[in-house]
Structure formats: C-alpha cells, structure tokens
Design a protein around this ligand. Sequence first.
Ligand code: GDP
Length: 614
Amino acid sequence: MSKKNNNKKDTSREVNISTKVHTDKVKSKVNGGVFVYTGAISVAQLAQALNIPSSDIIKFLFLKGKMITINTILDDELIGEICLEFGYDFQKKVVVEAENFEDLVIDDDPSKLQERPPVVTIMGHVDHGKTTLIDAIRNSNLVEGEVGGISQEIGAYQKEINGHKITFIDTPGHEAFTAMRSRGASVTDIVILVVAADDGVMPQTIEAIDHAKAADVPIIVAINKMDKPGADPDRVKNELMQHDVIAEEYGGDVICVEISAKKKQNIDVLLENILVVAEISELKANPDRYAMGTVLEASLDKFEGSKATLLVQNGTLKTGDYLVVGTSFGKARRMTNEYNKIVNIATPSTPVQIIGLTEVPEAGDRFMAFKDESEAKTIATKRKQIKEAKIKSKSSASSMEDLMNRAKEAQITNVNIIVKADSTGSAEAVKASLEKLSTEMIRINVIRAASGAITESDILLAAASDAIIYGFNVRPDAHTRAKALEEKVEIRLHRIIYALIEEIQAAMKGMQAPTYVDKILGQAEVRKLFKVSKLGTICGCMVIDGVVKNKCAIKVLRDGVIVYEGKIASLQREKDQAKEVRAGYECGILIENFNDVKEGDILEASEVVEEEIL
Ligand code: GDP
C-alpha cells in the first residue's frame, strides 16, 4: 500500500460523535412502552409523544395541586410522574457533548461487533515474579521477524497464541492500574494475579485482589515458583479462599495455573487460559468506526516531539487520522508497533506508539479520532478550557453526601466503602454491619476491610473507586491525610460501631449526620522519654503536623492504631508551660493517667467540634 493511499480519508468509517446531535429540539420517542427523552419538554410535546390529550396531563397535575398550561416546560420529576400515571416507563438519555467524549456510550450495531483481544495486566506481591513472568511471556512463541525483541518503550505488547491475540500491559503492579482507574480509564479486561507458591498470599496480593474486584475485572491466578522446593499450591489456594478468590478445583470460578516464570514452565497453559476467560467475557468492538481509547504512556522525544502509546479500545486508528488526546490536538503522523515497525492501522485492543501530537498527554487520558481536522481542533480547545475551569473549582470527588445524592439520582447504586480497623475481627464486624445496611436502592459495597493504619494505598484505591474510607479505632498519619486532601478522598473516623452505622444510615436517608466529632489539631512524635518520679513519664516530642494544645484530647497511636485515649495533663516548651506548640517545635507532654508511652509513638491532639473536617 502506498503512503498516499493511506492518507486518503475514507468515508466508510462510522464517526463517534456527530455534532448534529446537539440541537435544542427535544428528541423523544416511545419505544416498547418506554418513553425516551433527552431534555426538558413541554406539556404539549409530552402529550403528543404519549398520544394522550394535553388536557389529561393538565388535569392530572391540577389534582396534585400544580397549576400548569399547555406550554409549561416539565422537569424530569414531573415527566416521570406523568409517564407512570399514563402507563409508561421512562428513560432520560443524556446527550453527550462532543467535548465530553469520556462519557460517550457507544451503542454499536451488534452485527458490526467483532471479537477483540483481551487486555491483560499482571499484579501481585513484590518479588513474587511479575517482571520475570512479563519477560517470559514477552519472549515466548517468538516468531520470525519478532526476534530482536519487543521495545520496552511502548509499554504494551501483543502475543499470539492459537491464532488469537492477547494484549499485555507492560507495567506490572497495581499502582499503574489504580492511577489509570482514578483518572476514570479502564483498560484491563483480565488481571493475572501472581502468587509465589513458596510465600503465599501477602499484603500486596490482597491489595491486588481488592483492585481487581473494585474494577470488576476477572482474575486468573498464576501460582509461580513451582520449581522451588517449598512450593505449596494448595496453601496458596486456601489462603486465596479467605479473600473470596475461590479456585475452580475448590468449587469456585477462578482459574489457577501452576507455573515457573523463571524456568518458563506452563506459560503456554497460562496464555491458553487467558483466552478461555476472554471468551467467557465476550470482548467485542466495532473496528469499523473512528478510534477511541486510552493513553498508556507518553513522553517528549528530543527529535520527534510528543510520543504517546495509545491503546485502541474501539474502532480503528489509521495513519493520518486527526486526534484529540486529553486536551491536545494532533494527527497520527506516524504509528509504530511494539517491534518499532511502522504500521498504518491499529484495530481494537492494539497498542501503538504515535507521533504527531502537539502536546505530551498523560497516561490515562482518553483519546478519540475525528474525521475532520477543524472539529478535532475545536473540541481540543473546548476540553482545555473545561479542564482549566475544573482545576479552579475542584470539588470533593467523593464525599458521603455527594455519593448518597448521586445514589438517589440513580447515577450510582453502589456506595463503595473501605474499612480500616484496629483488628481483623473488628474490620470484619464493621464490614458485616455496613453491608447489612444495603437497601434495594443503595448497595453498600465494602471493597476493602482490613486491619491497620489508613495508608496511601487505601487513598489510591478510594480515589480509583470513588470510595469513602472509614477508620475504626485507627488514624491516618499526616502524610496520608495530605494525600487524601490531594486526591479529594473523604476519611471518616469512628470509635464506636453504632455511631458509624448511625452516620451511614442518616446519610442514606439524606439527613445531615448528627455528629459531634474529633477534629484533629495536629500530631507530635515521641522522640525521648523522661521518667519523673511523682509526675510519671514525660514525652519529649516534636510536633510534626498542625498544633498541640494544652489540656486538649490526645490519642496515643502505635503503628497507626489507637492504644490509648485521654487528655494532655501538661504541655511544656523549654521548661515553661505552653498554651500551644506548633509544627516544627519540640515540646514536653505529660498525658493524664498514662505512662505506657513508647518512643516512636504518635500523639494526636484533637478537640470536639460539630463536624469532622479532615
Ligand atoms: P516482582 O517484584 O514481582 O516483579 O518479582 P521478580 O520478577 O523481580 O522476581 C523476584 C525474584 O524471584 C527474582 O530473583 C526472580 O528470579 C525470582 N523468580 C521469579 N520467578 C521465579 C520462578 O518461577 N522460580 C524461581 N525459583 N524464582 C523465580
């Protein structure tokens, strides 16, 4: 195929968004007893659509105490009431503006859908063999022409097995996965969970399970290091069962494959099983439309400018296509595959590196190809303006109130919660109590329940899953709190289980939570202890965050868990009594009736206020 030909615009591909959709005219139709509409509508228009006299609607609302005329514009609530009264279901279709293409739901004609390769991410605990497995897969079944290897730079590659392709994301671990999700992008269809057969389920294994479950992505377990003498796959399966990952041979639906990444044993079996899971998942896309997808990696090349790896998720990307990537505009001037070879088309699930963008996008940014250069340019400009405006007025991503409101508006039916508690027992108890609160309308979904302090990993999971974190007898440290603020994740802290339940119940009913809670003032780290007879133990501290006030409430935290709760009896700064001591200063703290402090403990100062603000 000559270059000229490739650049010729083809008119056969479907476009993703037609700007013609954006008319002010209400589009509505009744389809199989369901009234589908896109926006506000007048009484006359609704009457016509439902094929009933306008006077019937006016009468119905009059009897409900509402005075309207034939020209009154009805809001969603009234449209719903009227439809139900006259025997119709109703559905509002949100018209997506071109610049919000992330929200676009493409309803492809089923006859145009074709099978697409699964996109696979490898996760697991550190040192369990993720990188070794990625390398083993990368070098398996190399066919002629591929020798010379896959470029590490592209960030993803495809493998062919039994005539089917599989796309692997090159960055193992859940950090990249989470970062993508917290930006609203989901690229992974299947997670390979690597667990070392001689080590079993470890903290990051559990984190990876949480992430895969929160994203609703099926897991295949690769029980690795089977060549080692201590390998015990049954133990691994048993431990996984405690985290609701139940192997097929134990009556569940999770495929476990015993492998050795190092000795390259059973890699082909693992790959075959990826195809099995992919088939069950029925992964399909329409190659016959303009491409849309996600940026996997991007960088600035000294010579070639912006370089980005794009994963095509639907449609086909062709050389010369105009693109909006994130907020930038460009043209796919040159596309290369994982072998650094120039390609002219990229079909669904294919990663390609492109040059020709005006800016360097970010991983997780979504892209869309357009037929028309000026349309793409206009949309990129609008997206940039919207992004800037959003940065200026960034609001909380997921406060309890916000989640409950969205639940009520039926934008979401799941309220995701992460529970961290002082022991596994209480974490499980809180989880069970919370899940019991689920109603038909709102499902309380505990996506992680674990013991220990609230950590950055919890914040990342919460940000990625729109979840709220509940701490039960545990506290976040200053660093984690800062991260929560940055990611706009809400953390709620409780000491008593029924207070926590009450708060959620109240939120579900849409009421203000009746809370008088601790507001954290600051934290001090215990650096040295001085035993003073008659007085007790004086803690030589450094205030590491906020402020500590004399006589204020104090919690003693050891590894993020509250070991004592009481009051400051005396606060000293350089031999003198102090009213308060701020971050960066040393002080002496005597805790009322408590001497069992240890070096390294964190003293958290707080005072009771009406609403907790973190
Ligand atoms: P990652 O941190 O999960 O990416 O783990 P790595 O792939 O870096 O592997 C950690 C260590 O385990 C390395 O020393 C590997 O050589 C070793 N390793 C990985 N897979 C196997 C295996 O199947 N058998 C044995 N014996 N060692 C392995």
